[in-house]
Write a new protein. Structure first.
Length: 454
């Protein structure tokens, strides 16, 4: 038991087996929607709430969970999230109505949202500085692999045992993470003088509410822009954002320390760069399969093989970067990531005129490497730039930026590929990629010339 408790491998196994849940559950559901729609006799618009609600709760829930973990302890939050996830996965398949299934899906999102910010904080707290980059690379690789292969795994599970299996498959990961976590995670420091009243005040419930309304308003606007422009959503989001900024700058214990973000430009730019990186990545992750099949008339297998190039390049680049970033620091990999992404985006303009699969595969490989390197570099930079007392909150905000980027990409594709998917439409998409990747190059070269000592 003592050997296991001190084992870095056991610690990382506990972290990683829990961290796969959010990307796995956000991607597997795609192939289950049709079956759930038929079983509950729903319209597609109704059943798609299982996807939209999960994204919205995750985007808001991760920084809130990170803040709670910073206050009450990362171990408690991680293990509590696992138990809530287990509860939702047990009851979701036996839900008698779609409303109950949606409630379980929301609880699953809440439970999953506690795990990533707690994981990053536990890595910062328990892993030696020399190994933190490698540990974060492992988190990035798990997220990339599960996001890329989640739909495939979900498809096999649904064929084998129906849509309930996408919930039941969570249990092996939950059990491994829970058992190992109980053994290897350091116990949270007890503060007997700490009371619920203090916790609620420091958690800043009004601030969380305003933050939630602002994020949900923005994401709702982006999610629905393909059908119609919801002016009320963006208006409500902007009003809530203004009130949030005003409130957080006035109180003693803010939900998010805006003064810190104002003073620490590098941390703020890390969030901006991660949004831009994810817009570029998900424009291609969601858009290229549509272009392959509708624009180039490739089959599903050929389209999948082409996308596999990008996914495998991202995983390989994350692994290599993780092995070297502890010695090199994150600044140089961050610049390389921006340059690769911008180069690949600009070169993709050629595809509008020359549809060579070899060239497309090469350009996707460049962008995949850029995303893999940038994912690890930005996570490492975020961890090193965050104060000890708000590592969980910073990690949660980092994941919120991922959701903002991915949903923004979906909105872009809804506009660009609204009616047709032609070479001209694809060329417009590459202009969007250039518009987000070129500023990322400028920011990384200008503001991250060297990395301050941690």
């Amino acid at each position: 038991m003592i050997t296991v408790k001190k084992s870095h491998t056991a610690f990382m196994a506990a972290i990683l087996s829990g961290s796969v849940l959010n990307p796995l559950n956000s991607s597997m559901i795609a192939l289950a929607l049709h079956s759930i729609q038929q079983d509950y006799h729903l319209t597609f618009a109704t059943v798609s709430w299982l996807v939209s609600a999960f994204y919205l709760v995750s985007a808001v829930g991760q920084p809130v969970a990170g803040k709670a973990g910073d206050l009450i302890g990362r171990r408690k939050l991680f293990l509590g999230g696992l138990m809530l996830s287990a509860l939702s996965c047990f009851f979701a398949p036996i839900a008698s109505t779609f409303f109950l299934l949606l409630i379980m899906r929301l609880l699953q999102a809440v439970g999953n949202s506690t795990i990533y910010p707690s994981s990053v904080a536990l890595v910062h707290q328990s892993v030696s500085h020399e190994k933190q980059g490698s540990a974060l690379a492992a988190l990035a690789i798990c997220a990339s692999v599960m996001t890329a292969f989640g739909p495939t795994v979900g498809g096999f599970l649904i064929v084998w045992g129906g849509w309930p299996t996408i919930f039941y498959v969570n249990f092996p990961f939950i059990v491994v993470s829970l058992v190992l976590g109980l053994i290897v995670f350091p116990k949270d420091i007890k503060n007997r003088s700490y009371r619920l009243k203090n916790f609620m005040r420091q958690l800043d419930i009004p601030g969380i509410m305003l933050f939630s309304i602002s994020i949900i308003g923005l994401l709702w606007f982006l999610l629905t822009i393909k059908e119609h422009v919801t002016y009320w959503a963006i208006f409500a989001g902007l009003i809530a954002a203004v009130l949030f900024i005003w409130r957080e700058s006035k109180i003693r214990d803010p939900f998010i320390d805006l003064h810190l973000l104002k003073m620490n430009h590098r941390l703020t730019l890390v969030y901006l760069l991660f949004i831009l990186l994810n817009v570029a990545n998900y424009c291609l992750f969601y858009g290229m399969p549509a272009f392959f099949q509708s624009g180039m008339h490739l089959g599903i297998r050929a389209s999948g093989a082409m996308m596999l190039t990008m996914s495998m390049a991202s995983v390989a680049a994350s692994l290599i970067t993780g092995q070297r970033i502890d010695h090199l620091g994150p600044a140089a990999p961050l610049k390389l990531s921006a340059l690769l992404t911008a180069s690949g985006s600009l070169l993709l303009m050629i595809v509008a005129f020359d549809r060579s699969l070899l060239l497309i595969g090469l350009f996707l490989l460049l962008i995949g490497c850029g995303y893999g390197i940038g994912n690890v570099a930005l996570q490492t930079m975020m961890l090193r730039e965050s104060p000890e007392e708000m590592v969980g909150t910073s990690a949660g905000l980092f994941q919120t930026c991922r959701f903002i980027g991915s949903i923004s990409a979906s909105a872009v594709l809804g506009v660009v590929f609204a009616r047709t998917i032609t070479s001209t439409d694809f060329l417009i998409l590459t202009w969007v990629l250039a518009a987000v990747s070129i500023p990322a190059v400028f920011i990384s070269l200008t503001y991250f010339r060297s990395h301050r000592a941690a």
